[in-house]
Design a protein around this ligand. Structure first.
Ligand SMILES: [Zn+2]
Length: 112
């Protein structure tokens, strides 16, 4: 259940941002979370909604955008997005992960 600690760190980051920027309230928070993070968006939203009441983020909506895993072949440059071990174009096993590790606050909609 690392969703709970993730929700807590997002809330803390947002409270800091709110303080710094002087926002009146936060309406919506949009996250980008890569497949490799193994986060369940429903549990994350549930945790977020459970810990925000009583804070300055009460009532804020959490929207999670999933980022699928993708790889790039180091030999031929082909990019593919399934969890295949070998490059589908040249069969090379040398690949780098180009997406799927994201854990970002993409945007925050606020009332100023
Ligand atoms: Zn290749």
């Amino acid at each position: 259940m690392h969703e709970v600690s993730l929700a807590e760190s997002i809330v803390n980051a947002l409270l800091d941002m709110k303080e710094e920027q002087g926002w009146k309230s936060v309406v919506e928070v949009r996250l980008r979370i890569g497949a490799l993070r193994q986060v369940f968006p429903e549990i994350l939203s549930f945790a977020f909604e459970a810990i925000t009441p009583g804070t300055a983020l009460e009532g804020a909506r959490l929207v999670v955008e999933d980022v699928p895993l993708s790889f790039r072949c180091e030999e031929c440059g082909t990019v593919w997005d399934e969890d295949a071990a070998l490059c589908p174009a040249c069969g090379s096993m040398h690949r780098e992960t180009v997406a799927g590790m994201e854990l970002d606050i993409e945007s925050v909609e606020v009332e100023e």
